[in-house]
Design a protein around this ligand. Structure first.
Ligand code: FBP
Length: 253
């Protein structure tokens, strides 16, 4: 009998919003952070008070701030791979942490990026496969960040690419897939359908006006996705808790 991993710890009524904070590695502090949100404890506080279903950290932050993370009771989603934006060409996300690290750090789920379309896709899919098997043995859900990039990918948020990303996640055994949304609700509906029983969450992207962002959240909810895994739009906001509340009201978690 195949064991189905429970998403209970990282969802509310089947819905979810996760606070992503791996941008320090992916983008660097200069582009995304200010004097306040550069501090991981500020993010943890938003995740707790904003009632997020999880906070996404890389291994280093999860280790250094482990005491506070555990005390906060916010579910930790440990990102297992990452990269900087400094290398050009087809991207690869290097494995940084293991499922064992996730268990040791008290994580409730693990996250892993795959750039489908990159010439390094094979390596990332192979690593993912090992991680997925190991994580499921430990009853840890696996969230796949699937971003079409490199190779022949022209538009990473086209109908074809969004659905290819979600379907890839289903085929390789992710429990939740995180994709980018191109802004066409019909295309997202198709991507959600293509994901089958794999749940879909959407990345936020760079900071937008609150009005535009909430309009997008509504479309995401109506498309059948279970929620969002967002960073900059929340922790770059002047009122992150007010915005989180509005997002929760739309998502229904
Ligand atoms: P945002 O909501 O801030 O866009 O974060 C979502 C996310 O997936 C992060 O987890 C990650 O650091 C970043 O986007 C990567 O985006 P990109 O590869 O496009 O720079």
């Amino acid at each position: 009998m195949i064991k189905i991993v429970s998403l209970k710890k990282i969802t509310t009524k089947g819905k979810a919003i996760y606070l992503a904070y791996d941008q320090g590695l992916e983008h660097g502090p200069e582009t995304d952070f200010n004097d306040v949100n550069v501090n991981p404890l500020y993010i943890l506080d938003i995740a707790k008070k904003g009632k997020f279903n999880g906070v996404v950290f890389q291994k280093g932050i999860a280790e250094e701030y482990n005491k506070e993370i555990r005390k906060s009771k916010v579910p930790l989603i440990l990102k297992l791979n990452g990269r900087t934006r400094l290398v050009k060409g087809d991207p690869i996300s290097a494995q940084i942490a293991t499922v064992k690290d996730a268990v040791k750090l008290g994580a409730s789920a693990v996250g892993f990026t795959i750039y489908i379309g990159s010439k390094h896709e094979e390596e990332m899919i192979e690593e993912f496969s090992k991680i997925q098997t190991e994580a499921h043995k430990k009853n840890l859900p696996v969230i796949a960040w699937i971003y079409p990039r490199g190779g022949k990918v022209k538009n990473d948020v086209s109908r074809e690419m969004m659905a290819y990303a979600t379907r890839t996640a289903l085929e390789i055994g992710a429990d939740i897939v995180k994709i980018k949304y191109g802004g066409k609700k019909k295309d997202l509906e198709w991507a959600v359908k293509s994901a089958g029983r794999c749940k879909v969450v959407i990345a936020g992207g760079s900071k937008k006006s609150e009005k535009d962002f909430l309009k997008q959240v509504k479309e995401i909810k109506d498309s059948g996705a279970i929620g969002l895994a967002i960073g900059r739009n929340v922790w770059q906001s002047k009122d992150p808790l007010g915005l989180s509340k509005k997002i929760r009201e739309i998502v229904g978690n």
